[in-house]
Design a protein around this ligand. Structure first.
Ligand code: FMN
Length: 214
């Protein structure tokens, strides 16, 4: 997977977004990034001002090392419906929306294309390319549940923001690693973000992050 669109919306879970972005860039991929207005607000609230979009490359390198510089980051405005990823003729192989708000989920479920994130997602569905949606809300209303089903029926892969605990996470970063790893897995991208389940309890197989801190 060398060319991926990444949408970030105003649901809680900015860590999942930056960890996924860093992991994709570290593979050498080109990432076409779109962040909604509320996505930017959640970035600031949850990650701090150092993760502002104009400082994002430096933030990623500081947190996850120079490997992220292998990739190429292209940033689009969510208002730019003329951006490359708004068209089916662009070459993105897949799109991830992490975290995905219930508002953007509804827009995708009903094909509204009100923003670049919604339009690019619509393009992925019509072109039959992988669209990974990482919803975050709790509890879920019936309309939200129905919107998840509509997206899944249209071909989207729904990866709920539900980190597991069998890998014995020691820090919040371990939870971010787990969700980013799940997203890369469904994209078919090899990674070592969490240990593969071996049938053994996690005491014998700590997460890579937890092992490094021991
Ligand atoms: C602090 C904060 C946390 C939020 N968390 C969520 C959330 O977890 N899930 C969600 O669907 N919406 C959440 N919202 C509401 C969305 O940000 C809001 O519906 C927004 O219009 C989404 O727009 P977007 O999809 O264009 O980013 C949150 C809003 C704020 C201010």
């Amino acid at each position: 997977m060398t060319h991926v669109a990444l949408g970030i919306t105003g649901a809680s879970g900015a860590l999942y977004a930056v960890r996924t972005l860093a992991a994709l860039l570290a593979t050498g991929a080109t990432v076409e990034l779109v962040i909604s207005d509320y996505g930017r607000r959640l970035f600031r609230d949850e990650l701090g001002p150092e993760a502002a979009i104009d400082r994002l490359p430096a933030y990623l390198t500081t947190r996850w090392g120079s490997a992220v510089e292998r990739g190429r980051l292209i940033v689009h405005s969510n208002k730019d419906l003329g951006a490359s990823i708004a068209s089916g003729s662009q070459s993105c192989e897949a799109m991830v929306i992490v975290p995905c708000s219930m508002k953007t989920l509804a827009g995708i479920a009903h094909g509204l294309s009100r923003s670049l994130i919604e339009r690019a997602a619509d393009v992925m569905l019509k072109e039959r390319r992988p669209l990974v949606i990482v919803p975050r809300e709790t509890p879920l209303s019936l309309p939200q549940l129905k919107n998840l089903v509509l997206c899944a029926e249209a071909g989207a892969i729904v990866v709920p923001a539900m980190p597991a605990f069998y890998q014995q996470p020691a820090t919040i970063d371990d939870l971010g690693d787990f969700m980013a790893g799940k997203i890369l897995s469904v994209l078919g991208v090899p990674h070592t973000l969490y240990p593969a389940w071996t049938g053994e309890v996690a005491a014998q197989a700590p997460s890579p992050g937890a092992a490094a801190r021991r």
